[in-house]
Write a protein that binds this ligand. Structure first.
Ligand SMILES: Cc1ncc(COP(=O)(O)O)c(C=O)c1O
Length: 402
């Protein structure tokens, strides 16, 4: 049999994000020399004999057991994500919500409290307001990072933030979150889906656990659903036990192969999306049909100064408030031709949606409005198309919505 034993290339610790995205966590398959990670499509792994099975389950011998616990293809994706986020370990899940729920359930128990800050993705908001209380866990809302100390008591175990937040692009100061949580012994959790490690690395700013919907930029092509949590060893072990052994929300090896491929071009796709979002945000803010643009790359955005400090660029997602409210939002969305009307973000294709009637429709209406999710709000995820073409499409649709 051919054996290709080239080691994992060099010392990747000193490499840039594009090199890490391509090479981290993988090397050509030792058996075949295959450069693309083989999809190991198996549910279980053979033991040489009776004692080997027992030794593997006891942890006395290394080796794979069962793909819900660990799988070689999924492990490549996990190593790549851990390297990109700068964490000890990553744990891959079947969706972003599976990663978020497993993380929360790994660190919280009945009687505990969690503080969550600002506006969150509607699904996560539902977990905070509905699911956790059903389990005897109180979720306390803090409007801003500065309000965290006032929301903390002896039962508080964790603080959860999302930055930039979905859909109003709120920015949380992650270094400040770490400074407020670490001395109090609280676990900080940050959803880094919108920024990705290309723009922000929360662990380097002192955050304990990073969660992602991999469905978005990490996959990048809108063809797979997945999630991932990245953390230091002790939190990672707890999240893996809860998420894989108990809840069972594992990533399929077929999807892991798509996410590995997606990660290789993540920095390139992010650069193109950031260029397009900045260009469209500037065009929108000059248009009379637009009352407000939420984009951290605009100097008037309330989180701009923090974003300058903690993000390499400002991301590919923005939201706009139509001056004509929901009727204008409806016309604008229906008139877009190149931009597809759909939920999700982070695809190669530009997408737009109306959060109040879709992604955030299950959020309590008063809380939705207080969080800035108004009837006239439209969220746009700018893809990697040519910016001029996108701008023509957006401006033409706005003329009709005026
Ligand atoms: C910021 C954010 N976090 C988490 C999720 C949930 O991810 P998934 O749909 O992969 O479960 C989403 C989904 O839109 C999201 O936007």
């Amino acid at each position: 049999m051919l054996t290709h034993t080239r080691p994992i290339p060099g010392n990747l610790a000193s490499c840039g994000i594009r090199t890490l995205a391509v090479h981290a966590g993988q090397h050509p398959d030792p058996g075949s020399g295959a450069i693309a990670t083989p999809v190991v499509s198996t549910s279980s792994f053979a033991f040489d004999d009776f004692d080997a099975g027992a030794a593997r389950f006891a942890g006395a011998e290394p080796g794979y057991l069962y793909s819900r616990f660990a799988n070689p293809t999924v492990a490549v994706f996990e190593r790549k994500m851990a390297a990109l986020e700068g964490g000890d370990q990553a744990i891959a899940f079947s969706s972003g919500m599976a990663a978020i729920c497993a993380t929360l359930l790994a660190v919280l128990k009945a009687g505990d409290e969690v503080v969550y800050v600002g506006t969150l993705y509607g699904g996560t908001d539902g977990v905070m307001r509905q699911m956790l209380p059903r389990l005897g866990i109180r979720a306390v809302h803090a409007s801003a990072v500065e309000d965290i100390p006032g929301c903390v008591n002896e039962r508080t175990r964790a603080v959860y933030v999302e930055t930039p937040s979905n859909p109003t692009l709120g920015i949380c100061d992650l270094a400040k979150v770490a400074a407020l949580t670490k001395p109090r012994g609280l676990i900080s959790i940050a959803d880094n889906t919108f920024a990705t490690p290309v723009l922000t690395r929360p662990i380097g700013l002192g955050i304990d656990v990073v969660v992602h919907s991999a469905t978005k930029y990490i996959g990048g092509h809108g063809d797979a659903t997945g999630g991932v949590a990245v953390a230091g060893l002790s939190h990672a072990n707890a999240i893996r036990k809860t998420g894989m052994k108990e809840l069972g929300g594992c990533m399929s090896p077929h999807d892991a192969a798509l996410f590995i491929r997606g990660l290789k071009t993540l920095p390139l796709r992010m650069a193109a999306s950031c260029d397009n979002a900045q260009m469209i945000a500037e065009a929108l803010r000059r248009h009379p049909a637009v009352a407000k643009v939420h984009y951290p790359g605009l100097p008037e955005h309330p989180g701009h100064d923090i974003a300058v400090r903690q993000m390499r660029r400002f991301g590919g997602i923005l939201s706009l408030e139509l001056a004509g409210g929901q009727p204008a939002a409806r016309v604008f969305l229906d008139k877009l031709k190149l931009v597809t009307q759909a939920v999700s973000v982070g695809d190669t294709d530009s997408l737009a949606c109306h959060p109040a009637s879709t992604t955030h429709s299950a959020v309590d209406p008063a809380a939705r409005l207080a969080g800035g999710v108004t009837p006239g709000l439209v969220r746009m995820s700018l893809g990697i198309e040519d910016g001029d073409d996108l701008q023509r499409d957006v401006i033409a649709a706005l003329e009709d919505a005026s």
